[in-house]
Design a protein around this ligand. Structure first.
Ligand code: NAP
Length: 679
């Protein structure tokens, strides 16, 4: 059945009536959908995102938005089979779809959990430490990240209709910025089905997500400096969009992920007898054939020591000969077709370009076979392996992306040459290196790192757990310099920051503490009349503090602590040896003794709202404490953040331990859980 794709504009599904473009199945050329964005009012779409979606999202804290993403992931997880069923026509088999569909859900879940764990329960982020800007400490600075008041326009490539949409949606939603998603037309029927599920869930606020199936019309004309474009696709489209006069005029943020001629290198130490050799061959074949090679991270350039070239090609040919082509609906292990016959023509043209300096050693771009498939109607293609005739003079192999099951072997004579060849790709998303030699690993890794966003070093020790060359991970950066677009997606909170503005705030410590909800030295810290450990979470105010009584530290204390704990390090036990140490005037107290005594000074022993101490941050011992020095502690409420459970909240305390001259000897943040009164 042919479906007419709808766009989601201003929270209404709009069916186009004209300008329809047919989308054919990759399997047999049957028309599966029609798409057009004719008639959409792009100005109204942008306005809706700004005026409805943005304010609704910004009303929620990071934690509420993270909870929303978590619920959305669970909702979609229960309904993902609908997407699997549709996606077969894109040519993807079940394993390919797991990467796209389950990979997208994993990314959503990862951002939900990071948002809960790493972001505060507010709608802005305090970044880094307070900078003291004046000598007396009355003028300080601090960086703050707050959500842009615009819209995130996500223009996606055809190869990952679900993952591509979700991996961009999650960070934008977490930041509090509404999204207008524009999937590639070739696979837009999968993205449309995904957005229909999201819309049906009712989990996102109105205006938070809109969808454009078809062209972008005059969308870019309506953007301003509060908006972000995150583009994934070819270098040509990226150049065109980036050069749009309105994008340049408003300095609109443009995050680009585009062509990448990723390399895999076999280290000069590896021979066919080494496990790294087999791991290399397996990875190259996997990357050539997963998603029929239509992955931005796929291995395109296969660099091998000249002495191993024949053996590598033979091993690759053997493995490629085992690759079966098959209908992805019926066979979830066989390699499916390319996304369309047009795409197959584009790949054939790219192979012809590569053939000007390389010869095909495996496969025929014009012929392939497989059980029960129609290679004239479906966009099937055999994997094609080429070998560069003269790698050092080759040019096209470093700038021609055959976006299909295609890779070229390049032989290198030494490590410097290998590095030079990799760099000729002018920037890639990822490179992988297979070696068991530290020197080879160091030389190559440091030689090519500036040209890459991710670098995978595989050996026999990590192979079993390695997530592979082609897998972007939510925790790690996805993006690369130069040809790869210069973008940085994923990478934990880095991608959330794309949708936020960093502002340096300069003010007095008092003003800054009131603004950020974070106490810093110099801000008021009124002495509490009641011990703050007796106050519940809600009663505690930022800046509440106590100063303890003083306590001397004697030599007996130090010796007792040393024998009790077993820490008889010479700096605590041997006067002459301690004196000879450049840091100590003689025997000194243990740092841990200072911490233990500090706790003894500031705790309130009776049961109360303070439930537990769960750690210390930023601990520094600033000055040695000698026998017969005295210490006292100043404890101040630095920050409060709500926890996952409503019964308690997290309190961060600033702790400063000073000696009898009021000189700080230790500073740290103490982290506690404090009870909240029942609601
Ligand atoms: P593409 O042809 O450049 O299209 C990318 C997106 O741009 C599609 O949504 C396309 O929509 C849209 N587009 C094209 N012309 C446009 C215009 N004038 N105005 C606004 N939007 C426009 O790329 P593709 O064929 O979909 O994807 C393959 C390429 O993407 C490869 O080069 C691959 O390396 C790259 N890629 C990179 C990454 C990465 O993370 N670095 C990931 C995946 C793919 P229509 O489909 O409607 O034309």
């Amino acid at each position: 059945m042919t479906i007419t794709l709808q766009s989601l504009a201003q929270d209404r599904w709009v069916t186009p009536a004209e300008g329809l473009v047919e989308i054919a199945s990759a399997i047999d050329g049957r028309v599966v959908a029609r798409a057009s964005s004719a008639g959409l009012d792009f100005a109204a779409i942008v306005r809706h995102a700004r005026e409805v979606g943005g304010p609704a999202l910004r009303k929620l804290s990071f934690h509420r938005r993270a909870d929303m993403l978590k619920a959305l992931g669970a909702y979609l997880g229960e309904r993902k089979e609908t997407l699997y069923a549709l996606a077969a026509d894109t040519g993807a088999n079940r394993r390919d779809n797991a990467v796209d569909i389950d990979g997208g859900l994993v990314t959503l879940a990862a951002y939900a959990s990071r948002g809960r764990r790493e972001l505060p329960d507010t709608s802005f982020i305090v970044e880094g430490e307070v900078e003291q800007l004046g000598k007396r400490g009355s003028f300080v600075g601090q960086h703050l990240l707050s959500p842009l008041h615009g819209v995130a326009v996500h223009i996606n490539a055809f190869n990952f209709p679900c993952w591509g949409l979700l991996e961009k949606l999650a960070p934008a939603m977490l930041a509090g910025v509404p999204v207008i998603a524009k999937p590639a037309t070739a696979t837009a029927y999968v993205a449309e089905a995904l957005v229909k599920l999201i819309h049906e869930s009712g989990l996102l606020p109105a205006g938070a997500l809109q969808l454009i199936c078809g062209g972008t019309g005059d969308l870019l004309d309506h953007l301003t400096g509060q908006d972000v474009i995150a583009f994934t696709g070819s270098i040509e489209t990226s150049e065109k969009l980036h050069a749009h006069p309105n994008v340049a005029r408003h300095a609109i943020r443009f995050v680009a992920e585009r062509d990448s001629l990723n390399a895999a290198l076999l280290g000069s130490d590896a021979t066919p007898a080494d496990p790294e050799f087999d791991l290399f061959v397996r990875e190259v074949v996997r990357e050539m054939t997963a998603k029929a090679g239509q992955k931005c991270t796929a291995i395109r350039r296969v660099l091998v020591p000249r002495a191993q070239q024949t053996a590598v090609i033979a091993a690759l040919k053997d493995k490629l000969a085992e690759v079966r082509l098959g209908d992805p609906r019926k066979d979830d292990k066989a390699m499916g077709p390319l996304v369309s016959r047009d795409q197959r023509e584009a790949v054939r043209a790219a192979i012809a370009t590569l053939q000007t300096e390389a010869e095909i050693v495996s496969g025929d771009p014009e012929r392939c076979e497989g059980d029960g498939i129609d290679t004239t109607k479906g966009a099937y293609m055999a994997p094609i392996l080429l070998r560069a005739r003269d790698p050092m003079s080759a040019r096209r192999v470093h700038d021609t992306e055959a976006f299909g099951p295609v890779a070229t072997v390049l032989a290198y004579d030494d490590i410097d040459q290998a590095i030079e060849l990799v760099r000729r790709g002018e920037g890639s998303l990822v490179a992988s290196l297979f070696t068991y030699d530290n020197v080879v690993a160091e030389q190559i890794a440091l030689g090519i790192a500036p040209w890459h966003g991710r670098l995978l070093i595989v050996d026999r020790d990590c192979a079993a757990e390695s997530t592979g060359h082609g897998t972007p991970l939510p925790a790690l950066l996805h993006g690369g310099p130069g040809r790869a677009g210069g973008g940085e997606e994923l990478g934990g909170m880095r991608s959330v920051h794309h949708y936020m503005q960093r502002t340096a705030i300069q003010a007095s410590p008092r003003r800054l503490a009131a603004l950020t909800g974070t106490w810093s030295r110099g801000a008021p810290s009124p002495a509490a009349t009641v011990h703050p450990f007796k106050r519940n979470y809600d009663e505690l105010a930022i800046g509440d503090s106590i100063e303890t009584a003083s306590r001397p530290i004697t030599l007996d204390d130090i010796e007792h602590f040393a024998h009790f704990t077993g820490d008889t390090f010479y700096a605590h036990m041997d006067e002459a040896a301690a004196k000879a140490n450049p840091f100590f005037p003689g025997r000194v107290a243990h740092g841990y003794l200072i911490l233990a005594f500090a706790a003894g000074l500031f705790v309130d022993p009776a049961p109360g709202p303070l439930l537990a101490n769960y750690g210390l941050d930023n601990l520094r011992f600033l000055k040695p404490v000698s026998p017969d020095d005295t210490i006292k502690v100043k404890l101040t409420v630095k920050q409060k953040s709500s926890a996952r459970r409503p019964e308690y909240g997290e309190v961060r305390w600033d702790v400063e331990v000073v000696n009898q001259y009021d000189e700080p000897v230790a500073r740290y943040d103490l982290l506690t859980m404090s009870a909240r009164p029942p609601a």
